[in-house]
Write a protein that binds this ligand. Structure first.
Ligand SMILES: Cc1cc2nc3c(=O)[nH]c(=O)nc-3n(C[C@H](O)[C@H](O)[C@H](O)COP(=O)(O)OP(=O)(O)OC[C@H]3O[C@@H](n4cnc5c(N)ncnc54)[C@H](O)[C@@H]3O)c2cc1C
Length: 515
């Protein structure tokens, strides 16, 4: 397909979505003739969309009891089950036919790759859990390169700045911007920084700086510069300049390697307590229990629980729980989410192995990672296929693109086309292209979300604890889901034993985010 045609298609898709018009799918389904038709995977949204649209499902009387019901089987829900272990007769309900949520791996010819969450940091709660499970996450050991204007620039924010393919004055602007950001004191200025958009800091500099952050932000926290809390972006840049990215660690499969292992450990012991294809439709607090109704095997079933750990995002939680304080419900609804597909492109020969997480401002995707980066040089390892995962966050107004198979496939084809024109050596046809779609996977680190909104949204109720990455921050982090689930297990102990202190424990855990 010619660039002109591809650009035209991009224009038509963007225009149709913006105006709410249906998309002409015959126009979209025209990928490069040599490339395979993209294969689509992703979440199921039918029941949740009915709930969103106000449908009230029947709530039959409880026919089952549980100590703790865990709602959502992403990394938060799975690790809550792991930390509860043999105690409290827990029941985990997950709407998909697999567990893992946003940290879910797929495989191609036995080679795992990420469909979402990519890496942890050495020593964080995710890495600690991985170690407990017998997984040794390996260091990435490669500061992020940028590929822009036909140039590959290693170590962007340190030695790379001098090599960016921009005029001298733009490079000088990048350096001044970096130096100015390094002068800010995150601790003492946290509230002030979190209250304002990052554009307040980028506006005075060359547009190429905001363009770089308009790739980095959406990929890491779902927002372009104008919607980003300055706190989040300042923390990120200071981390890059201090070399904190040197502590990133991972195995093939991204952080899906942890959920994969959790399932391997939990299922043999607790098969009856872990239900897939079980979509919760109502959570009703009663005097001394909580009734949870879910749709499973074509039936609505209610379980009566002594405590509930909600591991679904707040946009869903706010629609499931029947009695929420008004202010809390409003805070949950204020939380914003980015639509975020991930496209995996599989080559049967080496095409790219120069950098782990490669930033590509100005393309359909923001960055791409090499799936087996941390094991590629391990003794005895031979890269069979070169699998590249392309992060393709969308803007909120583009979410409806994901509802149609044709537009998802067109998006995947555009990702491949943009990659193929980045550098001359990338003009190679893959053996498979896959797109994994998710409508609301990543909460947006907008101004006020970290220091204000989430603290209101995630306050525990008497018998309901709010886990999920969106209870924490400053951005959506797998490690934070794990940390909060460890606390959730302790919280459940207190609630089930009728002891005091559960609310305090949960509130302290919320305050400790980002510490
Ligand atoms: C593309 C992408 C890249 C990312 N990269 C990184 C990274 O590199 N490092 C990092 O630390 N973090 C990263 N993140 C963030 C990370 O993935 C999340 O913070 C983490 O996986 C969230 O886990 P969770 O269990 O809290 O929530 P989720 O993963 O959202 O799990 C919620 C689960 O609830 C289920 N569910 C929803 N509704 C219902 C219902 N009604 N009934 C039953 N079940 C329901 C869902 O199917 C899902 O399985 C990334 C996220 C995305 C989307």
């Amino acid at each position: 397909m010619s660039h002109t045609r591809r650009d035209f298609i991009k224009y038509v898709v963007a225009g149709s979505v913006a105006t709410g018009c249906p998309i002409d799918s015959t126009l979209l389904a025209a990928p490069d003739s040599a490339a395979p038709t993209p294969v689509m995977h992703g979440e199921h949204f039918e029941v949740c969309h009915q709930i969103r649209d106000g449908h009230i499902f029947e709530r039959p009387a409880a026919t089952r009891n549980a100590g703790v019901v865990i709602i959502g089987g992403g990394v938060a829900g799975l690790s809550a089950g792991y930390f509860l272990g043999g105690k409290h007769d827990w029941l985990l309900l997950e709407k998909e036919d697999h567990f893992g949520g946003n940290a879910y791996q797929e495989e191609y010819e036995g080679q795992p790759f990420a469909t979402g969450s990519a890496y942890a940091y050495k020593g964080d709660a995710g890495d600690q859990l991985a170690a407990e499970l017998g997984l040794k996450l390996l260091l990435v050991n490669n500061p992020d390169p940028t590929i822009v204007n036909g140039a590959f620039v290693p170590d962007t924010w340190k030695t790379g700045l001098d090599h960016l393919p921009y005029p001298k004055e733009v490079i000088a602007g990048f350096k001044k911007f970096r130096d100015d950001i390094m002068k800010l004191d995150l601790k003492s200025q946290a509230m002030e920084l979190d209250a304002q958009p990052f554009t307040n800091f980028t506006a005075a500099y060359a547009k190429e700086i905001a363009q770089w952050w308009d790739a980095y932000g959406p990929s890491n926290w779902g927002a372009t510069t104008e919607d980003t809390s300055a706190y989040v972006a300042v923390e990120a840049l200071q981390g890059l300049v201090k070399g904190e990215d040197d502590t990133r660690a991972i195995l093939p499969g991204g952080l899906g390697c942890i959920t994969h292992r959790l399932v391997e450990v939990l299922l043999p012991k607790y098969k009856d307590r872990m239900l897939g294809e079980a979509t919760v439709v109502a959570v009703v607090p009663e005097a001394d229990a909580v009734n949870v109704t879910y749709f499973h095997g074509g039936q609505l079933i209610t379980v009566s629980a002594k405590a509930v750990i909600m591991c679904v995002p707040k946009l869903i939680a706010s629609r499931l729980i029947t009695a929420l304080p008004t202010e809390q419900k409003a805070a949950m609804r204020r939380t914003r989410y980015a639509p975020y597909p991930v496209v995996n492109v599989i080559f049967d020969k080496p095409v790219y192995n120069r950098g782990y997480d490669n930033w590509c401002p100005g393309n359909t995707f923001t960055d791409f990672i090499v799936a087996d980066w941390t094991v590629r040089n391990a003794p005895g390892y031979k890269q069979k296929n070169n699998i590249l995962s392309f992060y393709t966050p969308l803007r909120e107004y583009q979410r409806s693109l994901l509802l149609q198979e044709a537009s998802c496939k067109a998006l995947a084809a555009n990702v491949l086309a943009d990659f193929q024109k980045l550098l001359p050596e990338f003009n190679v046809s893959p053996v498979e292209v896959r797109i994994y779609r998710r409508g609301h996977p990543m909460f947006i680190a907008a101004p006020g979300q970290f220091t204000k909104n989430r603290l209101l949204a995630a306050q525990p109720l008497e018998r309901i604890y709010f886990g999920n990455a969106d209870s924490s921050g400053p951005e959506s982090l797998t490690s934070e889901s794990v940390r909060l689930s460890r606390v959730a297990a302790e919280w459940s102990e207190l609630v089930l034993a009728g002891k005091s202190g559960a609310k305090d424990l949960a509130s302290k855990a919320l305050q400790a985010a980002g510490a």
